[in-house]
Each structure stands twice: as structure tokens, then as C-alpha cells.
Ligand binder design. Sequence first.
Ligand code: DC
Length: 220
Amino acid sequence: MIITIDGPAAAGKGTLASVLAKTYHLVYFDTGMVYRAVGLDMYLHHEAPEDENAAEKYASALTFTHMHELAKNPDFRSAIGGNYASIVSAHPKVRAALLKMQQDFSKNPVFEDGTPAEGAIYDGRDTGTVVCPQADIKFFITASTEVRAMRRFKEFQAKGLDTDYETVLADMKARDERDTTRATAPMKPADDAIVFDTSAMSIEEVLAYALKIIDERISA
Ligand code: DC
């Protein structure tokens, strides 16, 4: 079974994906990691993320092992990591270089220790439209920009990162703009996606809603 969850940053995709992965014994693939890895690699090598040809080289050389190594760096999830990821992800050559790696995983999903999984749960921006258009169930989850910026601000605070709400909100708006207006694979719901807004929902409500839909689909 392949499930995709797309939507903007801090809409609640990761939390939902983690719980669904455990519930249905699926391996979780957070596809934002591939773009974060390329962005952070460029940052660490003092390369400009706007340079598409340079970014393509990092993307073509990326492996799962290297991605997991880079993920240990504190900047992988920081505002810098997010901004670099968003910039490199707008380059068509980068997206093309990273597509096969993401698609191949759905054909043979395995957990980190190599154990085969019963399927995969993808989280990203284009996983239902481009990466796994064949997915069994597709979700597109969103929330207002202010709610998402506040969630991200609190996450940064909890990690002890020095930031303020206004900066997080401005970054969020800039990333949304880039992610939705880029020419290649812009963020948008697949035609057959179940779309919902989590602004006024608790985590428990989001989970209950998604579990109900999946269980209905499985038993149909
Ligand atoms: O989900 P995230 O915040 O880790 O994603 C970081 C950036 O990567 C995001 O701004 C856009 C890009 N991205 C993408 O273009 N396509 C995906 N499937 C996942 C992420």
C-alpha cells in the first residue's frame, strides 16, 4: 500500500505520516529530506543554491546513506536548511535528478535495517501528483499560514533555536510562494486527493479523520 501526504510546511504532514506508518506497518519516506540534503550539502560547501547546474551535481550524487548523515547536522531542520531546500527544489534539473531515487523506493520499500515493509507512506509537496501518481490513498493537508508559522516557531523554540515569530512567518510565506509557483511540480493537490485544513483541528482529530478514511478504503 502506498499513501501520499502532500501540503505546505508545518501543516502536520510529518506527525500524521509517522502515526500512519506505525499503524499500517509502512515505511515512512519524508521526501523533503532529499531537498534538504542537497541544500545543506551546498551550504556546507559554500555553494549558491540558486546555481542550478551546481545543485544538479549534488542531487545526482545523493544516496540514502549520505542523506541520513547530513540529517544529523543541526542545520538540516533549521530555517537555513529549509530555505536552501526550497531554493534548490525549484530547479527542474534537481527535481529530475531526485525523482528516480524517490520512485524506486515505492517499488521495493524497506525499513532502515533492510527489513521489507508492506508499503510506504510518502510526505512532501508532489508525492501524489508526480512521485507516486499510482498511490492507493492521497491526502493533501493544509492550515492557515499564521497557524503553520506559529507551530514552526514553537518547534524552533523547543529546540533552543534563536528566532522570532515574524521572521518565521515571513520565511513561511516566501517558501509557500516558491513551492506553489515554481514551473516544475508545483505544490498542489492531486485530482484524486482528499483535501483537509488542520487549522482548527487537534492532532487527535486529524489522526481520527485520516484513519477513518483509510479503513473505509481498505474495507471497500
Ligand atoms: O517538507 P520540508 O519542509 O522538509 O521540505 C523542504 C523543501 O523541499 C520545501 O520547501 C519544498 C521542497 N520539497 C519539494 O519541493 N517536494 C517535495 N516532495 C518535498 C519537499
